[in-house]
Design a protein around this ligand. Sequence first.
Ligand code: ATP
Length: 338
Amino acid sequence: MAGLGIDIGTANTVVCHQRRGVVLDEPSVMVVPASGARSRRVRPLLVGNDARDLVGRCPVGLTTMRPLHDGVIVDLEAARGFLVGVMSKVAVPGWQRVRPRAVIEVPAGATALERRALLEVAAEAGIHKPSLIPEPIAGAVGCGLDPLEPRAHMVMDVGGGTSEVTAFCYGGLLAHRSSRIAGDELTLALHRYLRAEHQLLVGELSVEALKCRVDLDEGLSSVVQGVDLATGRPRLVTLESEEVLEALRPTVDAILAALAGALDDLPPQAAEDILTDGVMLFGGSTQLRGFAKLVESAFAFPVRMSARPLTCVAEGAARCLSDRDVVHAYEDSFVDAM
Ligand SMILES: Nc1ncnc2c1ncn2[C@@H]1O[C@H](COP(=O)(O)OP(=O)(O)OP(=O)(O)O)[C@@H](O)[C@H]1O
């Protein structure tokens, strides 16, 4: 029976069916009764897209919850409730009785405890014999790289909660740097800038939408609506491109520091492979306009952008269901084993 590749991210969850392709790509958020948020059994009322619509506008008695923080499970019960909700969304008639197999990605820097927590949650959510794969390896497979060949590759995954830079070769990790500075921090930087420099308070969803419009490179200005901090009335502000760079550059530089660190950790022969082949970018935040160009100019090696930066991890995990060699080679390749 065909199985699933699952990418439970801080910002988005993607499920890829081995034969049908991506069957779910929705925000990692759920709505629960406020009284039930701390109870022993978390039963979400809404999961994914439906829940996202209520972010920042939840009525009294309800609250939104994110099951993951910085790419890892912090609340086992919340994560179990969320995964049960996700599995019921992707279930097709007949599946209720058949427990699907799955390969689930987990950050390469996740601890043994965090990995065990994810396996427990997956089994409780009805997944049969779940196996784990480091997220960068799943992403690499989804981008068409071969993590078993005797040549070094480097990938950079900038998601919502974490940025990870990983080099690997012949079934093992060569270098890994991870930072908790990623897309959420970029959103926060814009939010703080608008508040401090324009005295404008902007909602969470609106700042995120603004981040997806701005450009670090082109001289484009963007208009944003918010609430004036002094008068409490709605106001429009035009954000000039220099301001976008001023607001985002320190956060982008902190993300790039992980790439510089991983390059420093490489043995010389592997570094040569990377300088020739460059780095593959994926993860939603690498879609920030002008980001790839900044990486290229900072490091002067080729930068390739995944064709599907948001779904390649789940697609790679699904592909690994039929290529167990990759799963076996990397199942113990986590940073705590390096
Ligand atoms: N066009 C865009 N421009 C800038 N940022 C974007 C764009 N599209 C999505 N993002 C950002 O990408 C992030 C989500 O990316 P992704 O789905 O890869 O993260 P994730 O896998 O859930 O997180 P993590 O890997 O940290 O657990 C969010 O912060 C979102 O704002």
